[in-house]
Design a binder for this molecule. Structure first.
Ligand code: SF4
Length: 179
């Protein structure tokens, strides 16, 4: 990696909780911004992905746009990291996998409590849902997996610090969680 590695991040079918956990590294964020350059992330609001050293992905793959974004990250990022339970095994969004897609849409937009104008949205601008939510490693090759819902700020910091300095990734036992 060069002197100032470029980092990009994205949230697919996630809740942004993993991104929030990254921000929870508190004042260490000042250290991070001196050591890296941020490319496309929700923090920078950059929309076009450049060539990056590290791509960090939160969330599972639930729709056609998620597939597209994930493939683009794989193409442009030397190292791709699955951060959080949703990216690693589908997490909360994958709870819908035990039902058919049609059943989910029917319950959400037609039969659900509080639905006022029953209608399954069909605007072509809305990304097409996949039949099932997939962990991201089922779509592209992933280099590292950082578990937790979300992984703690300390775990994210340890990981980034070790990765950026080229040390082996060795999270202490106390920072590894599988919630
Ligand atoms: Fe949110 Fe947890 Fe999924 Fe991260 S792993 S996106 S915190 S639900």
């Amino acid at each position: 990696m060069g002197d100032r590695p470029r980092i990009a991040t994205a949230s697919l079918a996630g809740c942004f909780g993993c991104h929030m956990s990254l921000l929870d590294i508190d004042e260490r964020i000042l250290d991070l911004v001196e050591r890296v350059e941020f490319d496309r992330t929700p923090f920078t609001d950059v929309k076009i992905l450049g060539e990056c050293d590290v791509g960090i992905i939160e969330g599972g793959v639930a729709n056609a746009e998620n597939v597209e974004v994930l493939r683009e990250f794989r193409e442009r990022c030397k190292v791709l990291v699955a951060v959080g339970a949703c990216a690693i095994d589908g997490g909360i969004p994958a709870m819908r996998n035990q039902f058919g897609l049609k059943e989910c849409l029917q319950e959400s937009y037609v039969d659900g409590i509080g639905v006022e104008t029953p209608h399954v949205p069909d605007d072509p601008e809305i990304p097409l849902l996949l039949n099932k939510v997939h962990p991201i490693h089922e779509v592209v090759k992933i280099d590292y997996f950082l578990p937790g819902c979300p992984p703690s700020a300390d775990a994210i910091w340890t990981f980034l610090d070790e990765l950026l300095t080229g040390r082996p990734i060795e999270l202490p036992y106390t920072q590894i969680r599988y919630d």
